[in-house]
Write a protein that binds this ligand. Structure first.
Ligand code: KGT
Length: 352
């Protein structure tokens, strides 16, 4: 059951359908709702998913803002990657197409959306260069759907593959024409041993990226790129915010022990201290015998409120990005002007 409140506005039928509401609504109710001017219309939608394999969590209706429907809508996709690349693409493509149908201008996929392998040797074997078949498939998907894609962590064979035989964990941003607009290679690698979670030795297969990327303008706002474990380093998020980021992204494959303890706290802290939106698409469920992820993809607003979230299983959630709200938060509490680099130095090097 999804509730949507339309307040004090008249919407065209195609607009509503593009927003994804009312698609399963009896036409009579749909039309009666549309005819009423200057009134709030409350629509209850019970949506029996044709595909019970994943869940859709729609944005909360923003009854107080009559213009909220014009704000950019973003979709956060949650999947369970396995070593089967084709199957993973199928699942991701299905969610991206659903995101486009619901009116999203940008869809976020998690770290390791391409695959999660059983060991470093398999990771290296399955990896591809940016110019490979998998990225070509995503280029076509972005074009077909007409939306931007944040591909949260691609196992990339870089230019140095022949010498190093190691890869980069590369966050790729595609525009709606399928062109690569930006790449960021994960700079903090996750080499940790948490009791009960199984050791993570990312550096066995992966080289740390050499630099941060300047935030990128998208239809939803200026996006600062990061990946998963990077969220534990507030210096990085402050550097991105200082360089103009309005949305920070942390596509992730968070562990099942650190997840319940740290995931939401870290994401909300990054949002509050930078006064940015934070978007975190996550892996969920069991990838193979040896590995599982926490899920709970979410969008946090610049005040620290979780405005959209998935639960444990595959699916997507949606949120609207309101940059006026972001500016208000920054105006009311101008923390960036109160910083004291004379006491603790500049946090993070300035970006180019
Ligand atoms: O392995 C791959 O194929 C892709 N890379 C990952 O999944 C990485 C390294 S193992 N995972 C994390 O960074 C989890 C961090 C985490 O769980 C925490 O910070 O608590």
């Amino acid at each position: 059951m999804v509730l949507a409140v339309f307040s004090c506005r008249t919407y065209s039928l195609p607009h509503l359908l593009r927003l994804g509401f009312l698609t399963k609504q009896p036409l009579s109710l749909l039309c009666s709702g549309l005819r009423i001017r200057g009134l709030s219309v409350l629509c209850a939608q019970s949506r029996k998913s044709e595909n019970p394999a994943y869940a859709i969590h729609r944005p909360r209706a923003m009854a107080s803002s009559s213009s909220s429907w014009e704000l950019p809508l973003v979709a956060v996709c949650q999947v369970t990657s396995t070593p089967d690349k084709q199957q993973n693409f199928k699942m991701c493509a299905e969610l991206v197409r659903e995101a486009a149908r619901l009116g999203a201008c940008l869809a976020f996929l998690p770290e390791a959306f391409d695959f999660i392998a059983r060991d470093p040797a398999e990771t290296l074997r399955l990896s591809e260069p940016l110019g490979g078949n998998l990225l070509e498939d995503y280029t076509q998907l972005a074009r077909e759907c007409g939306l931007w894609l944040s591909l949260g962590g691609f196992h990339e064979r870089g230019q140095d593959w022949e010498q190093t035989q190691k890869i980069y964990n590369c966050h790729v941003l595609l525009n709606s024409k399928g062109s690569v607009v930006a790449t960021y290679r994960k700079t903090h690698l996750c080499d940790v041993e948490i009791p009960g979670q199984g050791p993570m030795r990312e550096s066995n297969s992966t080289i740390p990226g050499p630099s941060l990327e300047s935030p990128v303008s998208t239809p939803a706002g200026k996006i600062g790129l990061a990946i998963c474990y990077d969220m534990r380093f507030p210096e990085l998020s402050l550097a991105l915010a200082q360089a103009g980021a309005e949305i920070l992204t942390y596509p992730s494959a968070f562990g099942s022990i650190t997840g319940p303890a740290h995931w939401e706290v870290l994401l909300r802290a990054r949002a509050i201290e930078t006064q940015c939106y934070v978007v975190a698409a996550a892996q969920c469920g069991r990838h193979h015998e040896k590995r599982a992820s926490y899920g709970h993809s979410m969008v946090v607003d610049p005040w620290g409120t979780v405005v959209a979230r998935c639960s444990e299983g595959p699916g997507l959630c949606l949120a609207r990005i309101n940059l006026n709200y972001l500016r208000q938060v920054r105006q009311h509490m101008p923390v960036s002007q109160h910083r004291r680099p004379d006491l603790y130095g500049n946090l993070g090097n300035p970006l180019p």
